[in-house]
Design a protein around this ligand. Structure first.
Ligand SMILES: Nc1ncnc2c1ncn2[C@@H]1O[C@H](COP(=O)(O)OP(=O)(O)OP(=O)(O)O)[C@@H](O)[C@H]1O
Length: 594
């Protein structure tokens, strides 16, 4: 219950923050709605008594009052709905904003890669569409509570025992809560199959995967797996919903019994002359209202519980993804690198896994150097990059930037000074200028800066295929959007990585996988030349990651990673002379690619 109250407080604070006028308007409507129905019952009772007493004048006035209150009761919900709806929209936008912040604001990326946290995000994404009901339920709920109190006072005046009628509402409320808890637990338990099923659905319907799906004849398999997973997920939910419905009915039966008892009590009093006919009408009308109030209260309570559990889930995820905040760290990234970056006894395990992805890594990346990291698939190259970008912190050991532990640098400031091109680059469906310009937001509208970055990336040729050059809309989501080839998207991603002209660290993690080895080698060579020129002033380090041993021979230093460890290190000439794994794989791959 305390969670519901906390959730209500958070929701009300959000509404107040988003729009005070609408919040006040909603509260006024809430009070009017609460009083109208019980007063209508009072009017009905008084009108009946006036008519029975033959006082037609008073009866007519009460009739007008009843009519007015009936109109208020019937129409109030429409006005209230408009106001609540508008406020709820604002609250939903606020919730979405928080969810986006939670998803992207965390310093690390563990919550995207760790199954339980990814599941929580999936549930929150789905809940965000239903979040708006929370605020409506809150106003509706408080209005209902007020109405229940007024109704209870009126009932008590008829017969003290009738006060028990609202108490009989407790069992259905309790069972409603129990039912919602069951549903919530089922949602958590079925989040994984439902998330997997949605992934498979995207795989089966996205144009990006259409080719592979056809060639490998995956359609049937994907459909079957998706249906199985969906059925597994929804079967769990369905079972929970059936159990929840049975629980709720049991609670409501208790109330129904009390209702019948209450009406019989007043009827008995009326037959003995203790009450008027109007009192019987009042009792029947009020008891019917209590019945309706309880049913509505159960439904509203469920909305409130769902809203509270959504808030709690968000808070739990927020705590789980919280990484030590270094924003107020005293240190700042240097203007230029003097010594370089050092991995000092680094060990790393991904969260919730036992396998060690990196172990005993002692590595120096000298300022101003071009360093290549090579290794076979799964060796640990990208993991090294993730630590350098601050997506994760080492489980043991330190990453030092000019002698300062990366943990002690404000991570956002560090990210401002690095740039990267990733293997799984994003296809931004924006204008071509923006798709490249996001690499340095300050220059997103600067066509000349974007053009220069594409030139540096040797990627300007992509523009020759675009009708409006940099101002061409990209992507199939737009009717007039230009679709690019995989290599062309990758070239734009390379341009994006080179938007920042003087980063302290430029990481290119297999950004040229769509190119053939010789083209990759040629590009790396040109990048290396450029990087050395920039490095003369900033001490910047350029890190090229590849699993092709034959494409990185121009690097000042080549690091061979094997099974999460540094296997060999040195220049191309030194490593060839050493005649180890590098020399062997270099010769092998060079022969294959010739
Ligand atoms: N998010 C993750 N959670 C758990 N384990 C992971 C995760 N990402 C990678 N790993 C594991 O860490 C090890 C190193 O992976 P990494 O991605 O660094 O390899 P890589 O050398 O970059 O491979 P590739 O050349 O295929 O990109 C692998 O065994 C991989 O299974």
């Amino acid at each position: 219950m305390i969670h519901v109250l906390v959730g209500c407080r958070q929701l009300l604070a959000t509404a107040w923050r988003m729009d005070r006028i609408r919040t006040i308007g909603s509260i006024v409507l809430m009070v009017c709605g609460a009083l109208a129905a019980p007063l209508l019952a009072v009017g009905l009772g008084a009108m009946t008594d006036a008519v029975v007493a033959g006082d037609w004048r008073a009866g007519a006035w009460y009739g007008v009052l009843v009519a007015v209150l009936a109109i208020v009761t019937l129409t109030f919900s429409h006005f209230a709905h408009v106001l609540y709806f508008e406020l709820s929209e604002l609250a939903e936008i606020d919730f979405d904003r928080k969810l986006i912040e939670l998803s992207n604001g965390a310093v690390g990326i563990a919550h995207h890669e760790q199954a339980d946290q990814a599941d929580s995000l999936t549930v929150l994404q789905r809940e965000s569409r239903r979040f708006r009901t929370g605020l409506e339920a809150l106003f509706g709920g408080v209005s209902l509570l007020l109405a229940m109190v007024v109704t209870a006072v009126l009932l008590a005046r008829l017969h003290p025992l009738l006060l028990l009628l609202p108490l009989a509402a407790i069992p259905p409320l309790y069972t409603g809560r129990l039912a919602e808890r069951r549903l919530d637990a089922a949602k958590t338990a079925t989040a994984e199959p439902i998330r997997l099923s949605l992934n498979l659905f995207n795989l089966a319907t996205s144009s990006r995967h259409a080719g592979e799906v056809r060639v490998f004849r995956l359609e049937e398999q994907l459909r079957r797996r998706r249906t199985e997973l969906w059925a597994r997920g929804t079967a769990g939910l369905h079972r929970a919903q059936t159990a929840a419905a049975a629980t709720q009915v049991a609670g409501q039966l208790v109330f129904a019994a009390a209702y019948v008892g209450g009406v019989l009590l007043i009827l008995r009093d009326a037959t003995t002359g203790r009450h008027s006919v109007g009192a019987v009408v009042l009792a029947v009308a009020l008891a019917a209202q209590v019945n309706q109030q309880v049913t509505t209260a159960v439904a509203l309570m469920q909305d409130l519980l769902r809203m509270a559990s959504t808030y709690r889930r968000m808070e739990r995820l927020g705590t789980a993804v919280a990484v030590p905040d270094t924003s107020s760290a005293g240190q700042v990234p240097p203007d230029r690198l003097r010594a370089g970056i050092v991995f000092d006894g680094v060990e790393f395990r991904y969260p919730a896994t036992d396998a060690v992805a990196l172990r005993d890594v002692d590595l120096a990346l000298p300022a101003g150097s071009v360093v290549a990291i090579v290794g076979e698939n799964g060796a640990g190259k990208t993991t090294l990059v993730k630590l350098l970008c601050g997506f994760y912190q080492p489980t043991r050991g330190r990453v030092l930037v000019d002698g300062v532990d990366l943990r002690e640098l404000p991570i956002e400031a560090w990210r401002q000074r690095i740039s990267a091109g990733f293997q799984d680059f994003v296809r931004y469906e924006l204008l071509a200028r923006q798709a490249v310009g996001v690499g340095n937001l300050a220059q997103i509208d600067d066509a000349a800066a974007v053009q220069a970055a594409l030139d540096r990336a040797r990627s300007s040729d992509v523009l020759t295929h675009l009708a409006e050059g940099l101002e061409t809309q990209l992507g199939k989501s737009y009717a007039d959007g230009a679709e690019l080839s995989g290599g062309q998207w990758q070239k734009l991603a390379l341009g994006r990585a080179l938007m920042r002209e003087t980063p302290l660290l430029l990481v290119l993690d297999e950004p040229t996988s769509a190119l053939d080895p010789e083209a990759e080698h040629g590009l790396f060579e040109r990048y290396a030349e450029q990087s050395r020129r920039v490095a003369a002033t900033t001490g910047a380090i350029t890190l090229l990651v590849s699993h092709r041993f034959s494409t990185v021979r121009m690097a000042d230093q080549i690091i061979v990673v094997r099974d999460g460890q540094i296997a060999e290190m040195g220049s191309h000439a030194e490593l060839v002379r050493a005649d180890g794994q590098y020399a062997e794989l270099y010769a092998l791959q060079a022969r294959v690619y010739q």
